[in-house]
Design a protein around this ligand. Sequence first.
Ligand SMILES: NC(=O)c1ccc[n+]([C@@H]2O[C@H](COP(=O)([O-])OP(=O)(O)OC[C@H]3O[C@@H](n4cnc5c(N)ncnc54)[C@H](OP(=O)(O)O)[C@@H]3O)[C@@H](O)[C@H]2O)c1
Length: 329
Amino acid sequence: MPYNPDAHRYDIMHYRRCGRSGLKLPVVSLGLWHNFGHVDHFENARAMIFKAFDLGITHFDLANNYGPPPGSAEENFGRIFRNDLKPFRDELVISTKAGWPMWPGPYGDFGSRKYLIASLDQSLKRMGLDYVDIFYHHRPDPETPLHETALALDHIVHSGRALYVGVSNYNPRQTTDMAKILKKLNTPFIIHQPKYNMFYRNIESGLTDVLKREGLGCIVFSPLAQGLLTDKYLNGIPNDSRAANPHGFLKSEHITGEAIEKVKKLSQIANARGQSMAQMAVAWTLRLPEITSALIGAHTPAQIEELIGALEHLDFEERELREIEAILA
Ligand SMILES: NC(=O)c1ccc[n+]([C@@H]2O[C@H](COP(=O)([O-])OP(=O)(O)OC[C@H]3O[C@@H](n4cnc5c(N)ncnc54)[C@H](OP(=O)(O)O)[C@@H]3O)[C@@H](O)[C@H]2O)c1
């Protein structure tokens, strides 16, 4: 059966401007880090993409190394794109990245011009795309001169491989330096992708100030702390959870008693707001005006549907925020 997107797909979602750029992103975007590789069920991956797009999620985030095996999330996304999503290309914002180890030898890692351009060419081939909307440098490289990485990002845009560029996991200083170089080059550097959730709040100590000053958007990854900020681990580790998945990056040792106690208390606030714990965790990341989008992961279409329910109650009362702070302290 050919895919027919929901005619009402733009009715519920909100779209926020990405920094001072012309691009708007859905406040919830879907990442393909887990559950889209060749080790996973293709039909489930396909159903998640369709569910997301039906709910107004126009932005899908990939990276060269997502799988496993590395590259397979892009291959699976490419298969779905070619078979079902191609007619909707202009309604989609597709991103990919390079920066982590991808192939053997000295040219398949970090931030050289050699690696970034070759990697993006491979990504475009795997996904069957002429261009990506956003290309990210995935992590800072302590050895390659920042100027070289910036020139590679600039070339990537001016050669038509990407419309915009971004960085991920850069600290405030590195972000400022990159913004300075790319401004001189007139490169559309529009976005940063850092980790941010109730348990990991680094961006509040300087990065959001830099993003505001530089006019950069911010898409935050792991808003659910990989599932820890949901009800699922309150009574142990379920078999079908990321922490039980041998390919998962969330390990059983991350499910600490202290974290679970906090989630139990946070859940009470969520329930009083008429939300699930997961919905409140997503809404909480979006309370900051610097955040353009919460970049969720999912394992089933139903999880995506539940998370979009967060949009019904995004605002927080001062009292709720104080209670949350007290639990997280
Ligand atoms: N730039 C970077 O360095 C970087 C690093 C990491 C991630 N990312 C990006 O961020 C995206 C999201 O990361 P993430 O997967 O860690 O995000 P997350 O939203 O914190 O965690 C997603 C996981 O939470 C669980 N979940 C989702 N909805 C749920 C619900 N309604 N109820 C209960 N559990 C729910 C699922 O795990 P179960 O399998 O347990 O159900 C799901 O796979 C990635 O796909 C990737 O695009 C970027």
